[in-house]
Design a protein. Sequence first.
Length: 233
Amino acid sequence: MFEPPEITSAATALLAGLVTSLHCVGMCGPLACMLMPTRREEGDPLTISTLYHAGRILSYSALGALAGGLGDFTAGFIENEVIRWLPWLMVVFFIGMAFQWERHLPKLMALARFSLRLQTWLRSRPRTQAGFALGVATPLLPCGPLYFALAAALISGSWLRGLEFMFTFALGTIPLLWLAQSRYQWLRTRLSPGWIVRLRISLALVAAAMVAWRLRSTLGFEGPSLDNFTCCF
């Protein structure tokens, strides 16, 4: 097993999830909001939303465990010099989120067709069942940021760390998506698309800078130390 890089910590995953949620509101938000009942007899909104996010957490965590285990297994076949640079994937992730590089990723037509079929199937199912099913199936929908996150889980060091990374990543995406589900019209009137774009760019670039600073030693630059300032006091 190789030593997992510090930047695949739970804190980094949570921040990545929060930044990604600004993307999710625009992409997955309409589909998630489609599940919410318009009449009380169709189901309890809180229950449906909870089941949806529970399904997402379950599937994201399972994929994280798979990615972490696969990365741990293949690490022995990768040169140490390559492993040294792998943590910079998180910097690429945040910069990519800032400038929406995921739009340039190749579209998997099979996933697009699955998405259309899933929407048709969901409309014929009870809302609670549809909510959980959509949550579990979310990783099967086309999503560039999710692919970046799974790439980070690959270098986490083990299946357990991969599970932890993707579990925390999923938690980070919940608050804004939950707000979109419960207060969709309010959110649309308060948060303009331009405001969301500016917030996403700002958060993502700040996160990229923070991660890059923590990885400065891979470039042979330790940066200023607190010891340099003790002589002045």
